[in-house]
Design a protein around this ligand. Sequence first.
Ligand code: DC
Length: 221
Amino acid sequence: MTDIPKVIAIDGPAAAGKGTLAKRLAEHFQLELLDTGLLYRAVARKVLDNGIAIGDAPEAYADLAGQAARDLIPADLEVPGLRADETAQAASKVSSLPAVRGALLDFQRDFSRNPPNSAPGAVLDGRDIGTVVCPDADVKLFVTASTEIRAKRRLKELQDRGLEAIYARVLDDMKERDARDAGRDVSPLVAAEDSFQLDTSDLDADQAFAAALDFIENRNT
Ligand code: DC
């Protein structure tokens, strides 16, 4: 019998399969789930809703974004529009601001230490969970897939939602976001040294879940 992990940290680039995997592991172990990308998306949304364009000159929106991060409440994560690609690109930009990252850190750590609903633990997915937010997590997974496969998955997701999308454009956006998330000075996307690396390029959701579960159940043997 495996012990149930108290904290599972899942990191990786966009559309690698983190979200689905995080959800399934949370259900399996009855842990609370926090999609930390939603926090950055909610901050970006608040800035955009104030009529401020989120461009490549962070001075223009740094103060507002920092304030939005400090004021964030859980209900902000339910706001419609957080899943839009425009929000994802904007989230990638606001997330490079130290004031934003700093303001969201306590919320994430607190969630991992005192999960809601008296759950026995938490699953957090994002970019810096295993490295910065929960460096002591019992389980760290770093989920990747080739850029082309991730772009194809994102394209399908957009089309399934009835949105028009072109592969070349989705691929370019994906590369731009990867470069920004991995290249920033604070908390860049990087695999924690003690993480289990799971490449889902040739795996479907069931296979990725089975591989992660196998690692978790045998991690102490
Ligand atoms: O996981 P996502 O695609 O919803 O994340 C949106 C953006 O938020 C992502 O491009 C980078 C940022 N992010 C981050 O910097 N750190 C996290 N822990 C989660 C997301």
